[in-house]
Write a new protein. Structure first.
Length: 121
């Protein structure tokens, strides 16, 4: 029975699979299942997630005001990280252009801090 490989091909045999003769002496190419998975690392994103967990714990233990402070400071720090690291860095926070991301993060962080400090809110 002919051996089936995952080599790309221009022939319309369907899904890039071709049949190779059994006399081929070349070792088989790496199959996707044989390779280690590429890990997508986004430390800034995980720091923000950690801060959200800390804010949830602070809300349960101390109240909403302390949780709002944690969230506001986290957003301000994320905006600062976005401005100081150009390009697609920091991964997980970079969504649009650098300044658009910074303005949105600073606006949300400042708004949360302003509202938590306002009496009667």
């Amino acid at each position: 029975m002919p051996e089936v490989t995952d080599e790309p091909t221009d022939a319309p045999t369907g899904r890039g699979r071709t049949e190779a003769s059994s006399s081929a002496t070349e070792p088989p190419l790496d199959r996707p299942s044989d390779r280690q998975p590429d890990r997508h690392r986004a430390p800034a994103l995980w720091l923000v997630v950690g801060a959200i967990v800390v804010a949830a714990v602070a809300a349960a233990v101390d109240g909403a005001r302390s949780a709002a402070i944690v969230l506001g400071v986290t957003l301000l720090a994320a905006g600062l990280a976005r401005v100081t690291r150009r390009g697609r860095e920091p991964e997980g926070i970079a969504v649009r252009s650098t300044w658009w991301d910074a303005v949105v993060l600073w606006g949300l962080g400042g708004g949360i801090l302003l509202l938590q400090g306002t009496p009667g809110v």
